[in-house]
Design a protein around this ligand. Structure first.
Ligand code: F6R
Length: 242
């Protein structure tokens, strides 16, 4: 694993944006795997800023998101569809038909999972997958105990994940209980992975990811076996690794 240490969240976001912009400039039709959550806010702001200032074009770029809640309309303020539009897609020249997010309102969720997995294959696979990490080691919405062999599937959200995500909702009861997520195997097929980690609350998680046991009880430990992972983390997140 290649680890890049930054002074703080802002520098982490800038370095991550530089990383993506470099790829987008080199491969105009790259397939980017994107994440939501708080961690990539700064990354997306930096990408928007770069698009404005330097004209980096996303005209032929394709994107696939990790996950979406089940049961929220795509227009709901808390859906990941809305998140991606508001944070990134509305501000750059990407074509909406080239952006892909699981449909959490599909009539058959089982078919939607198969469709999503096949769609990624049809795009030629993911060139670079951006990841954040949950305190319990989840990546995407793959909670502890998820098979390392999983493809896109429906998950029950862990109580801790619902609590962590309730900050965006009016109350804990409003947080959806299920989501569709790319599986661990889907994520591992990405040619390259860029993991962003910020803050002291993630320090133990990051230490476990790098030095802990390889186990399905800590989904992110799978990244120890991926041939091309870059971690951009701030000093606080890396504080237990010195
Ligand atoms: C988001 C996702 C999640 C988050 C993780 C960390 O698409 O798949 O795995 O990356 O929950 O969330 P934050 O960044 O809010 O700490």
């Amino acid at each position: 694993m290649n680890i890049i240490e930054t002074a703080n969240y802002e520098e982490m976001s800038r370095k991550a944006a530089d990383y993506l912009v470099k790829l987008v400039s080199a491969k105009k039709d790259a397939v980017l795997g994107l994440a939501t959550g708080s961690t990539p806010h700064g990354l997306y702001s930096e990408m928007v800023e770069d698009h404005k200032m330097n004209g980096t074009s996303y005209e032929q770029i394709r994107t696939v998101n990790l996950d979406e809640y089940i049961g929220l309309p795509s227009t709901d303020p808390n859906s990941y569809h809305t998140f991606m539009r508001k944070r990134l897609f509305d501000w750059i020249d990407i074509k909406s038909e080239n952006t892909h997010i699981p449909n959490g309102q599909a009539g058959s969720l089982e078919k939607e999972c198969l469709r999503y997995e096949q769609m990624i294959e049809n795009l030629g696979g993911i060139d670079l997958q951006v990841l954040g990490i949950g305190h319990n080691g989840h990546i995407g919405f793959n909670e502890p105990g998820t098979s390392f062999n999983s493809s896109t599937h429906v998950v029950e959200l862990a109580e801790s994940t619902k609590k962590a995500n309730s900050r965006f909702f009016a109350s804990l009861d409003e947080v959806p209980t299920q989501a569709i997520t790319m599986g661990i195997k889907t994520i591992m097929k990405s040619k390259e992975i860029l993991l962003l980690v910020s803050g002291s609350s993630k320090a133990e998680t990051l230490q476990k990811l790098i030095h802990g046991p390889f186990t399905e009880d800590f989904p992110a430990s799978i990244l120890q076996r991926h041939p091309n992972v870059t971690i951009i983390a701030d000093q606080d997140a890396l504080s237990l690794l010195r």
